[in-house]
Design a protein. Structure first.
Ligand code: PMP
Length: 388
């Protein structure tokens, strides 16, 4: 029997073997000519994946939370006003980070599984002037996807910087940084970027960099300060050595390989694949009679799904049985509904085959729990929807 299970959580995901090979390769010097070339190329490729013509990429050793912390530390000064478009757990985290650096935060909240309407956001932007607004493109606690393009248009009208938490979306959901006028888009390596955990990735627009340069107070975080990292990123891109803190050398090698694979697939093809895989997964869940956390189908993310447990069945009943059937899934995360739902990640290299295996494992576990349904309906619906 296979010892390995299929990892279908919303990050870390399963990684490509060529990417993993870089992790096991002999570590080079961080100023070796070959590494400088790989890092420089990775920075250029980031700009392409983020669809930014003129943004400044940053690669730091750390997780997605460090990328959020970096945005907050460099763009907020004590007393600045910030607007948080709140769709769940990770929007709350961004608010906490901004407050830590002295921001006065206003939330536009939606009910769990919902997202604030554009009218509500427009109203909030009219009531005050905010230096920046944060949006979680996909909140991993609710599987809700926001309309970043429309929100960015509103932010631009109000001369407010728009910062996108794309940890669960960059390289999976459509994001056109320059065309949409996004000022910061950040993520972590372990999700749709397809590299093991350990890199905080961020691209800042010229407008965001100007806001940073116009600060009157020093950045209250030594490690995250762009003043320390900007010369390093510029040096690597100019194929010159630089040092502030030792980069995560093997992860950067792996990042360059993965970004190359992403660009080879083509961004539009990749977004379409995520949409097809996401639709298939949601159709399979619905066919089994399970509700989902997003309140409307158009709010649902393509990078993960969040099915609710059927009546009378708990996570303790279901998730270990799904695991035994060969698939690792994640429990709930949003504190208010944590025990009521579970999460399926389907980003990065995820295929229809992975989704079919997952829905099959869920069907097996549901049968063992005594849930009444017609065996095979979930798998059939996922397959049919994928090909539509
Ligand atoms: N934002 C979102 C939307 C996320 O999904 C996550 C991780 N699940 C984070 C931020 C935080 O990232 P990390 O766990 O890598 O610190």
């Amino acid at each position: 029997m296979k010892e390995r299970t299929l990892l279908m959580i919303p990050g870390p995901i399963e990684f490509d073997t060529a990417v993993l090979a870089e992790m096991g390769a002999q570590t080079t010097s961080h100023v070796a000519a070959s590494f400088i070339e790989a890092f420089g190329q990775a920075l250029e490729r980031m700009r392409q994946v983020w669809q930014s013509t003129d943004g400044q990429p940053f690669v730091l050793a750390g997780s997605g939370t460090l990328a959020m912390d970096t945005a907050g530390a460099n763009l907020i000064e004590p007393g600045d006003k910030a607007l948080v478009i709140n769709t769940g757990y990770f929007s709350d985290r961004f608010a906490a980070i901004l407050e830590r650096y002295g921001a006065q935060v206003t939330h536009v909240r939606a009910p769990i599984g919902g997202r604030p309407s554009l009218e509500e956001v427009e109203q909030a932007l009219k009531q005050d002037h905010f230096k920046l607004m944060t949006v979680t493109q996909v909140d991993t606690s609710t599987a809700v996807r926001t309309d970043v393009q429309s929100l960015a248009a509103l932010a631009r009208q109000s001369d407010t910087l728009i910062v996108v938490d794309g940890v669960c979306s960059v390289a999976g959901e459509e994001l056109r940084m320059s065309e949409w006028g996004v000022d910061v888009a950040l993520t972590a390596s372990q999700k749709a970027i397809g590299v093991p955990p350990g890199l905080a990735l961020l691209v800042a627009s010229p407008k965001a960099m100007q806001a940073f340069l116009a600060r009157k107070t020093p950045v209250a975080n030594y490690y995250a300060d762009w003043a320390n990292w900007l010369p390093i990123m510029q040096a690597y891109e100019a194929r010159k050595p630089g040092y502030f803190g030792t980069p995560a050398v093997n992860l950067v090698w792996a990042l360059n390989v993965s970004l190359g694979q992403i660009l080879n697939e083509g961004l539009d093809a990749r977004f379409k694949r995520h949409q097809a895989v996401g639709r298939a997964c949601r159709a399979g869940i619905t066919a089994l009679g399970l509700d989902q956390v997003p309140l409307l189908p158009e709010f649902a993310a393509n990078t993960l799904s969040a099915p609710r447990f059927p009546k009378g069945i708990t996570g303790t009943d279901l998730l270990p049985r799904i695991l035994k059937a060969g698939v690792t899934l994640a429990g709930g995360l949003h504190p208010a509904i944590r025990a009521e739902y579970f999460r399926i990640g389907h980003m990065g290299a995820a295929t229809l085959g992975d989704v079919l295996a997952t829905i099959g494992a869920i069907e097996t576990a549901l049968t063992q729990c005594g849930y009444q349904f017609e065996s095979g309906t979930g798998v059939a619906a996922a397959m049919k929807t994928y090909h539509e």
